[in-house]
Design a binder for this molecule. Sequence first.
Ligand code: ZN
Length: 424
Amino acid sequence: MSLLIKNGRVVDPANSMDAEQDVLISGARIERIGPDLPLAADTTVLDATGKIVCPGFIDIHVHLREPGYEYKETVATGTRAAAAGGFTAVCCMANTQPVNDNRSITDYIRAKAAVEGIVRVYPIGAVTRGLGGEELAELAELAEAGCVAFSDDGRCVMNAALYRRAMEYTLPFGAPIISHAEDHELSRGTAMNEGVVSTELGVPGAPAAAEDIMVARDILLAELTGAHVHIAHLSTAGAVRLVRDAKARGIRVTAEVTPHHLLLTEDAVRAFDANAKMSPPLRSKRDTEVLLEALVDGTIDCIATDHAPHAGSEKEGEFDRAAFGIIGLETAVGLLLDRLGRPGALPLGTLISRLSRDPARLLRLPGGSLAPGAAADLTLIDPGAEWTVDPAKFASKSRNTPFGGWSVTGRPWKTIVGGSIVWE
Ligand SMILES: [Zn+2]
């Protein structure tokens, strides 16, 4: 079975390609790329004139909520949301119930993904047992079971000695430790960024230093141990500076940024919409500018959504008490294309690289390239499609997004995993 994608603009940063080309898929693999490829028998043709053809997008920071919180999201609905958003692979965080801190949970998630998932799912194992921050999880067992990284995301491992041991312990597996960098003492009881807006609103705010302190600590621990530390959802100018300096000194640190930390500021909290509440919080305009600059120059390695589904009831009521986090899989690509790509703030090739080649490299995942022989995971984009974000139409089980009603130009057109169109 073959699929020939004709006349698309192929943008494949891993192979320095940006040109009108045909892509021939044979079975589950890329067979050939070139101009005007001949049409063989039993080949389906897909006319991609005017569309952009990219390596499949990979989101390394997703909460699929299964097992334990199936009312928020499941592997089935979360992977459908991913496919609808143009993602062909996701990495899922360990803060399920029970926590993914031992092989039986990893096996469970992988089995669910194999049967009910429509994109690739790579579990991330917990660093500490039950995310309790007190004793290490079964790290070797988790790596063996297929976890691609370790993280207590949602919480910061506050005990530096324990975190150091985790880094040393995981060195032989080569899987990075992903840090949710937040000093919980500095951020205790807060619901937004600390600054003029929090003062005006009378909402308790967390200072940027709550993040910066832990980013600095984790860089020092990476230097001490030689481990690869990846900083999740970087949100402050100070943290960018720390990562930039650390990279210049050759320390193995990488970082991601979310679409919402690029596109929204603390001003969004003025409406007291709980969909403007996340951890880390939305920061200042200046922070968003520094984050974008760092994403363009490569200080920040990739884009990840931190897709965090919550039920409506968990986002209602007082702002101070609402749950942290928003969903992002189905809005990320369109918003980034429209708000950053179209005005030229983020070059298209860089945007695609930060969604495909770079996350694949970072976690040593297959994909991120359209080289012949690679898995046929592709994201096809319609750059001219005009649409309005309507949460009621999401494939996700949850609706917690601050982007409802936004008008957007550009969106995923088709999502192909292993040679099969899984969403269109
Ligand atoms: Zn987090």
